[in-house]
Design a protein around this ligand. Structure first.
Ligand SMILES: Cc1cc2nc3c(=O)[nH]c(=O)nc-3n(C[C@H](O)[C@H](O)[C@H](O)COP(=O)(O)OP(=O)(O)OC[C@H]3O[C@@H](n4cnc5c(N)ncnc54)[C@H](O)[C@@H]3O)c2cc1C
Length: 321
């Protein structure tokens, strides 16, 4: 027993596969143990003592690149112009592969036409969180993009995806004119709703204060403003209800922004920096982070190492000026 050794029971969901057969999928037994062990496990479950296994569990093995071998653009460090996406980068999942595939395709096209590659910030998109994790953390198991991995979850909401990414997608040339037009309509509607909300009062109180109550719903807002409870209205309400927390997250992002994107020259010899701890120099040499933001998230690099790194970068900048 390796995982959950302390537990005395484990749930397995028996899911009928079809109306036409008596096949049952045992959801919850991920295993590649030998067949006789799998037989014993299945037959040991209540109600399954006479079950036959039609397809045994098996392991899928594949090679992967390590985090220090790719950039957050998905381009390999070793071969310029070679972009990798999906399981080969250590992830598991359709969405994970799809997200990286989109970025890899876009950056490959940009590379081929001599345009700067793009990366997405952790505060902008889950794809950004995923790529940043992939280049700064050595995975101990296949990486899955859980929402809990994002520190700015209040900004990365499903309802505001279009607002976060459509203007950028327009710039990158990855959306149609039709989609852009639809976005501009949404943008105008959000502005209209915000103006109406700010102007409205209810029982003498400003509506913008009233909407902050957690029990206040989109239907309430629609009724009061005499508007449709559409997606734009949901976003406007969410932005108002989380306003305080969102402001705090934005302030934090702003505080870190300069550090986040400041580039680390590729030729720095970290071992030659006096005062830098050996563990930090090793992590930095191994991962070769492109930015200070990435460097700060490496295991083995602490805030004191970061302070020293900033001093060294400042000195280099002064010397080359
Ligand atoms: C049984 C099973 C169930 C799963 N269930 C889920 C699930 O429910 N939800 C989920 O999100 N994920 C699930 N996954 C994981 C998900 O399928 C993978 O993580 C995802 O498909 C990986 O996509 P990819 O593009 O990186 O790789 P792949 O989809 O494996 O694509 C790699 C492609 O490269 C081709 N290829 C390999 N070598 C060469 C070569 N030399 N030349 C040319 N082509 C080559 C292969 O034929 C393949 O088409 C499951 C995986 C398995 C095995």
């Amino acid at each position: 027993m390796v995982r959950f050794a302390e537990r005395s029971s484990h749930h397995v969901f028996l899911e009928p596969e079809s109306h036409e057969s008596d096949w049952v999928y045992c959801n919850g037994i991920a295993t590649s143990l030998p067949r006789d062990v799998q037989d014993a496990v299945v037959r040991g479950m209540p109600g399954c003592s006479r079950a036959h296994i039609l397809m045994y569990g098996y392991a899928v093995e594949y090679d992967m690149v390590r985090p220090h071998q790719i950039h957050a653009t998905t381009m390999t460090r070793l071969v310029d112009g070679l972009f990798l996406a999906g399981q080969i980068n250590g992830t598991s999942g359709y969405e994970e592969a799809g997200g990286q595939g989109w970025l890899a395709g876009l950056n490959a096209a940009r590379f081929a036409t001599d345009v700067e590659p793009i990366t997405l910030g952790r505060d902008l998109a889950y794809i950004g969180v995923m790529l940043d994790d992939l280049v700064t953390r050595t995975p101990v198991e296949p990486y899955r993009m859980f929402t809990s991995r994002a520190e700015y979850r209040l900004l990365l909401r499903a309802d505001n995806t279009a607002d976060r990414l459509t203007p950028l997608a327009r710039e990158w040339g990855t959306i149609s004119d039709e989609r852009w037009t639809r976005y501009r309509v949404r943008e105008a509607r959000i502005e209209h709703l915000n103006t109406a909300l700010d102007a409205a009062r209810i029982d003498g109180k400003p509506l913008r204060d009233v909407v902050r109550r957690p029990e206040f719903t989109a239907a309430d807002l629609a009724r009061i403003l005499n508007e449709q409870a559409d997606r734009a209205l949901t976003t406007v309400l969410a932005d108002r209800q989380y306003e305080g927390y969102i402001a705090r997250q934005r302030a934090e992002i702003k505080r870190q922004a300069a550090m986040e994107t400041r580039r680390i020259p590729g030729d720095i010899d970290f071992h030659a920096i006096s005062g830098l701890r050996k563990e930090a120099a090793e992590a930095l040499t191994r991962f070769r982070p492109d930015t200070l933001g990435q460097a700060g998230r490496l295991a083995g690099v602490n805030p004191a190492d970061m302070t020293l790194l900033v001093v060294i970068l400042d000195r280099r900048r002064r010397e080359s000026a």
